[in-house]
Design a protein around this ligand. Structure first.
Ligand code: COA
Length: 326
């Protein structure tokens, strides 16, 4: 396979778990209210996966949608990259299992960059295709965070949720995925983390699932301001200005963070902004592809539009790029 000049997103798909969980169902365990949650985060409801909706099955469903949209078969994919923090089996990687179900060829591996994982995967896929190492790369963002969220943790129980989104990335005649702006601030890795590692939990007979904990206010301050700068850098690296952006798909962490970013970036009012969090919650690695997929389905993001993607979270890891909507 020879190197090609450019890569683009050829198709996008998603899977949302069947069960809708309104705020009313989560408030009692955390002494909260529907009004407080909506005002602080924008979330009205989220989806929690059932026992038969696994990280693998949700990914396969989202991937089938992306393949159909791209007009490709699983056998035409030669690399599968899965971004997740909630595939609870240490090995084999979720990607291997997903690749087997889809009948893809070639490499399959997971990456761990928490909420920023999907945008990391898009960056890798872009460079793999452009470098000639792969022709069609499937990138999945998937989470079943309800497995690793404590229903009684006031800072996280109303935020985290489940779902999967996927894209297929392949060759393009024109530039359609910009170079990524990404990074990791490990000095602040305590702000979002798993409270205890699995080995310790089992060895010490801890009578509760290890779960995510977060210092919400500090994450809020970091995300609102530092991430607007990263997003502007990504636009600049794409050779564009905010006036060229049609669609803004930020990680669906909190609607108030999105609002601050829009103001800080001075994003024009005509830019269409993803607000999937309202009924999807924060689905970590799945949030950007789920939100973009909905905008494509509903005609809010049209083929050829320039979409600014940015995702950020535990690590603290972040990644942003401008892509052309398929
Ligand atoms: N329900 C009701 N009240 C709550 C609450 C809850 N779930 N959690 C905290 N409170 C109360 C606190 O007790 C406190 O009350 P007080 O003022 O009487 O002492 C008040 O709300 C403020 O607490 P604080 O922890 O400072 O909340 P906050 O304003 O920072 O809001 C978040 C909490 C989680 C909504 C907010 O910090 C946030 O969205 N952070 C970013 C999280 C995020 O996006 N993470 C994903 C990144 S990947």
């Amino acid at each position: 396979m020879s190197a090609v000049q450019h890569a683009r997103i050829l198709g996008i798909g998603s899977y949302r778990p069947v069960r809708e969980v309104p705020n009313a169902e989560v408030v009692d365990a955390i002494d909260s209210s529907d009004e407080w949650i909506q005002q602080r985060s924008g979330i009205r409801s989220r989806r929690f996966a059932g026992a038969d909706e696994t990280v693998v099955s949700m990914s396969v469903a989202a991937a089938r949608g992306a393949l159909a949209h791209a007009g490709l078969e699983g056998t035409q994919v030669d690399t599968v990259i899965v971004a997740t923090v909630s595939h609870l089996l240490q090995t084999p990687a979720a990607a291997s299992l997903i690749a087997a179900e889809l009948g893809t060829k070639g490499a399959a591996f997971d990456i761990s960059a928490a909420c920023a994982g999907f945008c990391h995967g898009v960056a890798l896929a872009n460079d793999l295709v452009r470098g000639g190492s792969a022709e069609h790369v499937l990138v999945v963002g998937v989470e079943k965070l309800s497995d690793i969220t404590s229903a009684t943790d006031r800072g996280t129980a109303f935020i985290f949720a489940d779902g999967a989104g996927a894209v297929v990335i392949g060759p393009s005649d024109v530039p359609a995925i910009s170079p990524v702006v990404w990074g990791s601030d490990g000095e602040q890795s305590d702000l979002i983390r798993q409270n205890i590692d699995w080995g310790t939990a089992v060895r010490d007979n801890v009578d509760e699932m290890p779960h995510l904990v977060m210092q919400g206010s500090a994450v809020f301050r970091w995300a609102s301001f530092a991430m607007a700068k990263v997003a502007l850098e990504a636009i600049d690296k794409a050779g564009l200005t905010v006036d060229d952006i049609d669609v803004f798909v930020p990680h669906q962490a909190n609607n108030r963070i999105t609002d601050v970013m829009i103001r800080t970036m001075k994003l024009p009012e005509r830019v269409r902004v993803a607000r999937d969090i309202v009924d999807a919650g924060n689905t970590s690695a799945a949030s950007v592809p789920l939100a973009l997929s909905r905008m494509v389905d509903e005609g809010e993001a049209r083929s050829g539009d320039k979409a600014l993607l940015i995702a950020f979270g535990a690590g603290l890891a972040f990644a942003a790029q401008v892509v052309t909507v398929p």
